[in-house]
Design a protein around this ligand. Sequence first.
Ligand code: SF4
Ligand code: SF4
Length: 297
Amino acid sequence: MRQIVILSGKGGTGKTSLAAALAHLAFDENELVLADADVDAANLELLLKPELEEEHSFEGGFKAEIDTDICTGCGRCFDICRYDAVIPPSSNREISEYRIDRISCEGCNSCLYQCPVDAINSLRATAGKWFRSRSLYGPLFHAEMKAGEENSGKLVTIVKNAAIEACEKKGCTLLIIDGPPGIGCPVIAASAGTDLAVISTEPGVSAIHDLSRILGTVKHFGITPAVCINRSDINLAKTTEIETFCRAEDIILLGRIPYDDSVTIAMSKGMPVTAFDPETPASVSIRGIWGTLSALP
Ligand code: SF4
Ligand code: SF4
């Protein structure tokens, strides 16, 4: 089974549109499984219109909770908490008891150890959900984090491992992972163990800077990077600069994708651009990119 992760180093470079189009093109030749590892802002499902098959809750870190039947209102937890997560009773009595702000709570347990009457418990909080769905191109594993929750890297790992297991069970030849933006923990979780990182960049002023950061991350983990330049014609000088940079760094260049309104129209219809209209300039370019990608060893 081959694993390809689509990354960008920053948001808004067309990563998910590319992932959906590659899924559509790869489907003709492969038994596919798909994973949306951008769990903080999952949106691959919007382009693949999947049918939900399974839903699982994701338990994040520990959070403190006050048992108000036991609490005597001494205020020690409020004094101790360094994260301003303990909310005291308000002077106008709208809030009459000490409470924990679950978003601010870091689960450090300091208040729990200091409470004189053992009124505080440490409980695992539900931080999100993950799903298995059926898409036109194969099973899709995806997730959603609750606002303000942490451990998205852990949720990415759960989504990816479920996708790998499904791939192995079905004897699939290809796993396509729509990775998260940035270079942090979720990106590392999405990329670990993959064979190839397709990096979607665009010719903006910070392109080389952003590209260098994500290249450094994937190379550090021994993953082969390959670059494609989206909306390449909006700044041809910058596009040439990116290509020169990639050649100098011995990075595989997959090709250019021109600016094309059909990408936006396809998105609004909830379709990969290559399925919406295979003959638009973007679709033709992505087909070329898929041809180069599938020929790579
Ligand atoms: S330390 Fe315990 S008893 Fe005191 S206010 Fe906090 S929860 Fe209540
Ligand atoms: S567990 Fe730590 S962060 Fe959470 S309320 Fe208690 S002292 Fe504050």
